[in-house]
Ligand binder design. Structure first.
Ligand SMILES: Nc1ncnc2c1ncn2[C@@H]1O[C@H](COP(=O)(O)OP(=O)(O)OP(=O)(O)O)[C@@H](O)[C@H]1O
Length: 347
């Protein structure tokens, strides 16, 4: 019997702490950090999910009101009443000890958007992703998910409607589980799907990220790029026997860091393709409704995102479309885009 200390959305399974593997062997916790996060011992399905809100009904109502639902996910719904806003950060502050990291961050992520968060190192990009995912709580300000205030990791327990998944920079696979067990983890644990069906789905999702025949390998037998693709497969797999598929916002923390230029292109295109897939294939609401990418890489900025938020000294100091980034006259953005040592950003 498989058990876990806690459980959350598929893409956040890095914080899960398994006790036994699927064949009944006891396995060690993946990391002390995982255990620390999960110390309550509760089944937390909400770590990456949001308050209840029937987005399908809302979109149907938008349609009735003459607002177009996106034909392609590249086109963002801009509903005047704000029903297209999936995540909103309002005046978010966060400190670690004496260090003030976020000093009033506000932005919205709308349905259909592909947003990049960029900025110098240590400026709080990963911190804001973790706050959106519910893994960290802001000290001040709030995060709204589909218009409802996110209370926190434990308090949001049992909520459903929009899933928020975080794909960690390190891929964060369970070292003691096979690729199949890693990718299918959430389904083995939370769905009623037959094991052979899950295995089929795992193979399908691995193929979607360009990996074949690696199901029985251990993470230690994969290259860095392959691990990132396995993490991506784990983030996009879902129970396809369910009638209602909750839309999901995926948050990627430096998905191409450490990859060679070609491997980066593969991952960037995969990020785009899983975004478009649900919408194009069903002509209904896509599964990956929107995504946010934290990155330092120019290729990822240019290839994988449409809109950028520039975070500097704990605030959003510039936002615009990707094509506006290179021509901005904002001195901070200009210096960052050119990599110059001269300018307001000091190291
Ligand atoms: N759990 C934590 N405890 C203490 N300090 C932390 C913690 N998490 C982040 N920090 C600090 O907060 C600051 C922002 O970190 P964060 O990882 O969000 O930056 P970042 O913009 O993503 O950086 P990079 O681009 O280098 O990855 C850093 O100074 C970091 O050391």
């Amino acid at each position: 019997m498989y058990r876990s200390a806690v459980c959350c959305s598929n893409t956040c399974s890095t914080i899960l702490a398994p006790f036994w593997d699927y064949s009944g062997r006891r396995v060690p916790f993946p990391s002390s950090r995982s255990w620390g996060l999960c110390s309550s011992g509760r089944r937390i399905l909400c770590a990456c999910t949001a308050p209840p809100r029937n987005l399908r009904d809302e979109l149907a109502s938008m349609e009735r009101n003459g607002l177009n639902i996106t034909e392609s996910l590249g086109a963002v719904i801009d509903a005047k009443d704000g029903t297209d806003v999936l995540i909103e950060c309002r005046d978010v502050h966060k400190s670690f000890g004496e260090k003030q990291v976020l000093r009033g961050v506000s932005f919205k992520i709308r349905h259909g958007e592909a947003v990049g968060i960029i900025g110098p190192s240590g400026t709080g990009k990963s911190t804001i992703l973790k706050i959106m995912a519910g893994l960290l709580a802001p000290d001040k300000g709030e995060v709204l998910i589909c218009g409802r205030k996110r209370c926190g990791l434990v308090d949001d327990d049992g909520i459903a409607g929009l899933r928020i998944g975080l794909v960690f920079q390190s891929a964060a696979l369970f070292d003691s589980l096979t690729v199949r067990e890693n990718v299918g983890f959430q389904l083995y644990e939370n769905s009623r799907m037959q094991r052979d069906k899950i295995a089929e789905l795992v193979t399908e999702n691995l193929a979607a990220v360009g990996l074949k025949g690696v199901e029985d390998r251990m993470p230690s037998e994969l290259s860095g790029g392959m691990k990132k693709r396995v993490a991506l497969a784990r983030s996009i797999i879902y129970d396809n026997t369910k009638e209602e598929i909750e839309p999901e916002v995926l948050l990627y923390d430096e998905p191409t860091a450490g990859l060679d230029p070609i491997a980066s292109t593969v991952v960037e295109d995969l990020i785009r393709s899983v975004h478009l897939k649900g919408e194009k294939s069903t002509r209904k609401l896509g599964k990956i409704a929107s995504y946010v990418v934290v990155t330092h890489q120019h290729s990822t900025i240019n290839r994988a995102v449409d809109r950028l938020l520039f975070l500097y000294e704990g605030r959003i100091v510039w936002e615009g479309m990707t094509h506006e980034f290179g021509t901005s006259t904002n001195p901070i953005v200009k210096q960052f885009a050119s990599g110059s040592l001269d300018g307001p950003i000091r190291y």
